[in-house]
Design a binder for this molecule. Structure first.
Ligand code: SF4
Ligand code: SF4
Length: 383
């Protein structure tokens, strides 16, 4: 029964003392990974480099609602006792600002210098199921389409993933509706379920197994596995927000002129927050930045948003010049045309766009309003 010290079998679960996570972090750095994990900064749980256990938000949680986020002390020492914060992992795989190349003026023209910055080899610690799904969705955009994005590919290849099954859902989460959580199912090397003193660790890959070699783990018993399953089940059953996804593309395509778009346009500030925090949004723009002396210029890629009026500028005009058109584009892309493009929804139910919208616009509420009106019209027999 005890397996401590050897290589744990792949596909099985072991139990590890929580404090041994510190040794895992250390080993990842020693193996050349840049470990990114949750930490506290600017009043929120965000992602940054993590070198030691005490950088994790141990004993902290968050309180979230539409337009609201607060940190709060827990009455225990949980390591991962909070829901997703404003950052998503996309900022590492698809950086908000990326230098593509620079041009230097020479006597006979220009010299082009590609961006030679080394790309870190990342280990993501604490990634949740919804965010693993979001990475899969971005993979479809940047890796599996007709054009492979070499910058994304260089960052994505070889990412080491330590996932965490959620033990707490924020009131803004609705991953159960989108079938993206709260249990991680694939795409990880190790998956942790946090119990009071230990982690139940699912070992999914040889390199995940290698990382545990030499640590004092033991084989998980039926009792351990039952306790881990209860954590996920309780989280799923505590989820308060839901979205009815039945026939959603049809519902939205049939209601492109619904008065609800006018209603939401009166509230929406077109601030772009929802797209910045969304782990699947991928809009970007390319800018040339010349030096003042005209000797050098840099081409950069920046996150952009479909809420920016200029994002729809083409052929001498903006095709989505008002907020109504921009909000409708965002929501129908996420929940309808994304499925036509990629075969999956563009929303993983993480709830970030609800929490971080300054006026608390709620994607689940907007869909529900259109659906309930459509249902009413169907019952009345009107078109
Ligand atoms: S929906 Fe909210 S977060 Fe998104 S652009 Fe409008 S006001 Fe900003
Ligand atoms: S649309 Fe909102 S809930 Fe859906 S993935 Fe994006 S941020 Fe999360």
């Amino acid at each position: 029964m005890p397996m401590s010290g050897g290589v744990p079998p792949i596909g099985q679960a072991v139990v590890l003392n929580k404090t041994d996570l510190g040794a895992i972090i250390e080993q990842l750095w020693q193996a050349g990974y840049t470990v990114i994990g949750p930490t506290i900064a600017q009043g929120a749980i965000v992602f940054d480099e993590v070198h030691r256990l005490d950088q994790l938000p141990i004993g902290w949680t968050d309180e979230q609602e539409g337009g609201t986020y607060r940190l709060k002390r827990r009455d225990d020492k949980a390591y991962f006792g909070y829901a997703v914060g404003p950052h998503s992992w996309k900022k590492y795989l698809f950086p908000p600002r990326l230098s593509l190349f620079s041009l230097q003026k020479t006597q006979d023209g220009f010299h082009v210098q590609q961006n030679q910055e080394p790309v870190p080899r990342y280990a993501f610690l604490g990634i949740r199921s919804c965010d693993l799904h979001a990475i899969e969705i971005q993979d479809r955009t940047f890796l599996y389409g007709p054009h492979v994005d070499s910058h994304y590919q260089a960052r994505r290849e070889g990412v080491f993933i330590i996932a965490v099954n959620c033990s707490k859902a924020a009131p803004t989460c609705f991953c159960t509706s989108m079938q993206t959580g709260p249990k991680v199912e694939r795409g990880f090397d190790l998956a942790l379920t946090e119990l009071s003193e230990s982690f139940v660790v699912e070992v999914a890959t040889p390199r995940g197994a290698d990382l545990l070699t030499g640590l004092p783990y033991r084989e998980a018993t039926g009792e351990d596995l039952g306790a881990a399953a209860r954590v996920v089940r309780d989280t799923a059953s505590s989820m308060k927000r839901h979205m009815d996804t039945y026939d959603l593309p049809e519902l939205l395509y049939n209601n492109l002129e619904h008065p609800r778009w006018d209603d939401v346009a009166k509230r929406c500030l077109s601030c772009t927050n929802c797209t910045m925090v969304c782990p699947t949004c991928f809009c970007h723009c390319i800018e040339e930045v010349p030096d003042l002396d005209g000797q050098r210029a840099e081409r950069i890629r920046l996150w952009d948003s479909c809420f920016n009026p200029a994002h729809s500028y083409m052929a001498g005009g903006m095709i989505r010049s008002d907020i109504r058109a921009r909000y409708r584009q965002w929501l129908t892309h996420k929940l309808a045309s994304w499925i036509d493009q990629y075969g999956v929804s563009g929303c993983v139910g993480c709830g970030r766009c609800i929490t971080w919208c300054p006026v608390a616009i709620d994607i689940t509420e907007e869909v529900a309003a259109i659906r309930s009106d459509a249902d009413k019209r169907t019952k009345e027999g009107s078109p």
